[in-house]
Design a binder for this molecule. Sequence first.
Ligand SMILES: Nc1ncnc2c1ncn2[C@@H]1O[C@H](COP(=O)(O)OP(=O)(O)OP(=O)(O)O)[C@@H](O)[C@H]1O
Ligand SMILES: [Mg+2]
Length: 458
Amino acid sequence: MIPAFGFNQVRSTPLRLTFLLLTIFAMAALACLAVAFEVTRTSIDAALAAELQQTINEYRGIQDSDDLRERLAEAAAKTDPDIRILFYVPDQGTAVSNVASFPPVSGVTIVSDNSIRAKSGSVSDSYLALSARVGAGHLIVAQSREQVEEMGEIFLAVLFIGLLPALVIAGLAGLWVAKGARIKIDAIQHTLLELKSGTLSARIEGVEGRSDDLSGIGQEVNRMARAQEALVASIRQVSSDIAHDLKTPIQRVAVVLEQVMNKTTLTEGQEVLLSRAIGETERIVQTFQSLLQLAQIEGGAVRDRLHPVNLVEVSRDVVDFLEVEAEERGFALSLRVQPNVVACIKGDRHLLSQLIGNLVQNALTHVPKGGPVVVEVTGRGNETVLTVSDHGPGIPEKERGKVLQRLYRLDQSRTTEGNGLGLSLVSAISDLHGARLTLEDNMPGLTVRVTFPAMQPV
Ligand SMILES: Nc1ncnc2c1ncn2[C@@H]1O[C@H](COP(=O)(O)OP(=O)(O)OP(=O)(O)O)[C@@H](O)[C@H]1O
Ligand SMILES: [Mg+2]
């Protein structure tokens, strides 16, 4: 089967190399044929010229002019002008010839115009003619170059029957090889894009154990991806180990600080400092809690806990819970539901509440002036879409990938509470549910869109 090539493949390096090689091959083959043709033609013409010279010499050997005329007339009568022409024009008297007319020539000349007129019958298309003075007149002997013409036809046949099919076969084989290379290059590009977008488990298939150069590059990319994945895993492991080991002692510190606060008589200044210390320890515990939860979700252990959940119900619970707090802080939090939406998805109710809660909390924290915050559930084909939108400062496009990373916060949020783990959790929860997470411009503000695969309600 011949591979199909799309327009975008015109720029592919293997395809270009194939066309370049084919062009070089075709030009080389044509040049070889042309040289071979020219060499053969020259040698045939040289042989013909020698033959003509010999004939002229034979007639030159006849001294008597009457005898010469007689011999020439006899030869002209016997010679087929289609093969050979004799044309003798004596200084006096009538011409002796087997054709009606022949153009004037000097020395050895190729005559291939149609100025030769036959007495009867036909003449050839091309002749090699030699003119010389013989006796008391001029003799032209011309030999048909039909052999040369035939050879030209043979060369053309070689070109069409031999070279063109060879070119077509080589071209198809080249396209086939180029297609194979293109598939590998596409696989490498695709995997690199996946790795770039954070899917560290992406690997190039079908390159291991092969020795060609592209497979070699593929193996190196895979090796690099494995090393990267192991590195990230070990960093995550270290961060969750630290969180795990430090969480309990910090919690104990918090308890001791509470006891100092409750059981000791303190000055007002000491009390302020102590409650700040308690607040900081709570933040540290919260950070460790979130890091541990992230490690747990990303580890996939929660995957078995997914059951059919109604996303509208979960959204309503979160909105009801946060409505009062939102109102107190100057926000109008509302829920919009598309009529007849298929709101059932396969998920974990607790984690979904946390996802929606984190997004609403972000709006309440990072939008300084209050305003509307809308949680919306819509449906599209077999997808259920949750969006949380506000009219705050939004997130610049180039920062949208980074805010999903652990502990990353925009400069504008340095003074607000939080530790940059809320969106990392949203991203991990959305991945766990097989959903697509996008941050968009709400013009003005931020829209966070989470697209879940929908489920028919059970
Ligand atoms: N609705 C929003 N409007 C503007 N900026 C936002 C919004 N949501 C998030 N951001 C920006 O993205 C950063 C990361 O958000 P994320 O929720 O991960 O962390 P956080 O809110 O700062 O802290 P945490 O959620 O851990 O308490 C925020 O610090 C803020 O700069
Ligand atoms: Mg947050």
